[in-house]
Design a protein around this ligand. Structure first.
Ligand SMILES: NC(=O)C1=CN([C@@H]2O[C@H](COP(=O)(O)OP(=O)(O)OC[C@H]3O[C@@H](n4cnc5c(N)ncnc54)[C@H](O)[C@@H]3O)[C@@H](O)[C@H]2O)[C@H](O)CC1
Ligand SMILES: [K+]
Length: 483
C-alpha cells in the first residue's frame, strides 16, 4: 500500500523530527537521496554531465543546491540558476561553489546565461517549489521550465506548480521524468492531473516515518493488497454461500447495459448473478447461468447486494425499482441513471452500506457543480459526495478515487483513458456489486473493482477497447493478481 500525507501533516512531522536533530540534517538527507536519484537517471555517467539546478526561494531550492554540490563533487558540470537572487541559500551556495559548481540568476544581465545553462543541460533539477508552493508557476520559472524541454527533468519533492494535497494543476507546471519525494508520498502525486506531471515516483526516506500519523490522508492499493482482498470460496461453499448479486439494469431503450453489468458481475466472485429487469432475454441469451426475473426487485428472491442503474432509464418502473432496492437491508451500488433519481435522504436512512459510482458529469449533477469544477478538484469532490449522501463514493476517471467519509481516500493507480468508452462503467458496476455480494466492504469492493477493471483495460493495450472485452479480460487479471 502506498500511503500519502497532506502538506500540513508533513510539516508537523518534519518540525517534530527537526527538533530532535542538528540543524540542516533533514536537508542533507534529502539532498543525498536526490543526488543518488539524479546519478541513477544519468545512468551513472555523472562525470562530465551538464546539470542545471532551478533554485526557488525556499528549502526546495536548498535541496537542489546541496544535491548539485554532491553531483559537482562527482565531476558533473553543475550550474545553479537562482530564481530569486535575494534569497539567502548561503549554505547551499557555499557548498556548490566549493565543489566547483557555478551560480547565475534567472533575470537581469545573467538572465540569458541562466536560460542558456538550462537549454544545454543533460539533466534539470526542479527545485523551484515543493510543499510550500501555491498556485501556478510564476515568472521567471515558466521561461526556464520551457527552456528545459528535451532534458531529463527531476522534480524535487513535487513537480513545481501542482497542488500537493489535491493533485490539481492550476496553471503552468513542470512535467518531470521523475519526482524524488521526501519522507512520504503527497496525495497530489497519486492523483491526476498532477500524477502525470510527476513521472516516475522515487521516495527518499528522511526518517519521517515514526512522526507521521498511522492513518494517511490518501492511499493507493498495490498488487499484494488487492490479492489479499479478493474473495476466495471456502472448500464446502455453494453458490448461495458465496453470495448472490442482484442486477437491476437495462430498459427497452438500453438492453445492452444489462448484459454488460451482468458480464462484470459474473467476473466478480459472487456465487450467482440474479437479474431483474426487462432485458432478461438479452441477458439469458448471452449468459445462460444468470438467474433472471422480469418482476420487480422486491419479488426477485434473496440477494446479498444490489446493483442498480446502468441503462435503467427514469420511468415509473425504474423509480419503483430504486425504492425497492434502497429499502432493502443489503449493500447497494447505485450507478448511471440510478444516480440521477437518487435522494440523499433515502440513502442516509438506509441500514446497510451504499456505494455511488459516478463519473465526473454525474458527480457534478449530484453536487450542483460544473463538470470542470469536479475535474479540477477531484479529491474534494469525492469527499463531498461521501459526506452529502453518508455513503461511499467512487469517482471514476483516469485516477479513480474512493472516499467513505471516515478513512483515507483510496486512489486507484490502474486504468487507461480508453476506459472512457460506452458501457465500461456498466461492467465496473456489475464487477463491484459482485465483490460486495461476496462480502467486501463498499470501500474495499470499490477499490478492488476499480483496480481489476483498470488492469483489464491495460491488458487490452493502448487501443480502442470494447466493454465486453474488458469483462472477458477480468478473469485473466483475477488469476494474475491472485497468483
Ligand atoms: N522543512 C524541512 O525540514 C524539509 C524541507 N524539505 C524541502 O523543503 C521544501 C519546503 O520548503 P519551503 O521553504 O517550505 O517551501 P518551498 O521551497 O516549497 O517554496 C516556497 C517558496 O516558493 C515561493 N513560491 C510559492 N509558490 C510559488 C509559485 N507558484 N511559483 C513560484 N514560486 C512560488 C514562495 O515565495 C516561497 O518562498 C520541501 O518541499 C522539500 O523540498 C526537505 O527536503 C526535507 C526537510
Ligand atoms: K519542485
Amino acid at each position: 500500500m502506498r500511503t500519502a500525507h497532506s502538506v500540513d501533516t508533513v510539516r508537523t512531522a518534519e518540525r517534530a523530527l527537526m527538533a530532535e536533530l542538528p540543524e540542516g540534517t533533514l536537508m542533507q538527507r534529502a539532498a543525498a537521496g536526490l543526488a543518488a536519484a539524479c546519478a541513477d537517471l544519468l545512468g551513472r555517467r555523472v562525470y562530465g554531465a551538464r546539470v542545471a539546478l532551478l533554485v526557488g526561494s525556499g528549502d526546495n531550492g536548498g535541496d537542489a543546491l546541496y544535491a548539485g554540490a554532491r553531483l559537482a563533487r562527482r565531476g558533473a558540470g553543475v550550474t545553479a540558476v537562482l530564481l530569486t537572487p535575494d534569497r539567502a541559500h548561503a549554505g547551499g551556495l557555499r557548498a556548490l561553489r566549493s565543489a566547483g559548481g557555478r551560480v547565475t540568476t534567472a533575470d537581469g544581465a545573467d538572465g540569458e546565461a541562466g536560460v542558456r545553462a538550462v537549454r544545454r543541460a543533460d539533466l534539470v533539477v526542479d527545485g523551484i517549489v515543493g510543499i510550500g508552493g501555491k498556485g501556478a508557476l510564476r515568472e521567471p520559472a515558466q521561461e526556464l521550465v520551457a527552456a528545459a524541454e528535451g532534458a531529463l527533468i527531476v522534480a524535487v519533492d513535487l513537480p513545481s506548480g501542482v497542488d500537493a494535497d489535491t493533485g490539481e494543476v492550476p496553471g503552468a507546471a513542470v512535467r518531470a521524468d521523475a519526482t524524488v519525494t521526501f519522507g512520504t508520498y503527497k496525495p497530489g502525486l497519486l492523483i491526476d492531473p498532477a500524477r502525470e506531471h510527476a513521472g516516475a515516483l522515487r521516495p527518499v526516506d528522511i526518517g519521517l516515518g515514526p512522526w507521521l500519523p498511522s492513518e494517511p490522508d490518501a492511499e493507493a492499493l498495490q498488487h499484494a493488497d488487492v490479492a489479499g482482498l479478493l474473495p476466495r470460496p471456502e472448500a464446502e461453499s455453494d453458490k448461495y454461500r458465496r453470495g448472490v448479486v442482484g442486477i437491476v439494469a437495462g430498459s427497452a431503450r438500453y438492453p445492452g447495459a444489462a448484459v454488460l453489468a451482468v458480464a462484470g458481475a459474473l467476473a466478480g466472485g459472487a456465487g450467482a448473478v440474479r437479474y431483474a429487469g426487462p432485458a432478461a432475454d438479452a441477458v439469458i441469451a448471452r449468459f445462460p447461468e444468470t438467474l433472471v426475473t422480469t418482476g420487480p426487485p422486491a419479488k426477485a428472491g434473496r440477494v446479498q447486494a444490489w446493483v442498480i442503474g446502468p441503462g435503467l432509464g427514469d420511468g415509473p418502473e425504474a423509480r419503483q425499482a430504486l425504492v425497492d432496492v434502497l429499502t432493502s437491508d443489503v449493500p447497494v451500488l447505485v450507478d448511471a441513471d440510478g444516480l440521477r433519481l437518487l435522494d440523499p435522504q433515502a440513502v442516509r436512512a438506509r441500514s446497510a452500506e451504499t456505494l455511488l459510482t459516478p463519473h465526473a458529469g454525474e458527480a457534478a449533477a449530484l453536487l450542483g457543480l460544473s463538470r470542470e469544477e469536479v475535474e479540477a478538484s477531484r479529491l474534494s469532490s469525492v469527499r463531498a459526495l461521501a459526506d452529502r449522501f453518508g455513503a461511499t463514493a467512487l469517482l471514476k476517471g483516469s485516477t479513480t478515487l474512493v472516499a467513505d467519509g471516515t478513512h483515507a481516500v483510496r486512489v486507484n493507480p490502474t486504468g487507461t483513458p480508453w476506459l472512457a468508452t460506452a458501457g465500461s462503467g456498466d461492467v465496473l458496476s456489475g464487477l463491484t456489486g459482485s465483490l460486495l455480494a461476496a462480502g467486501l466492504s463498499t470501500r474495499d469492493a470499490a477499490s478492488v473493482g476499480a483496480y481489476l477493471h483498470g488492469l483489464a483495460a491495460r491488458e487490452l493495450g493502448n487501443a480502442p477497447i470494447t466493454s465486453l472485452a474488458v469483462a472477458e479480460e477480468l478473469r485473466r487479471v483475477w488469476l494474475d493478481v491472485s497468483r
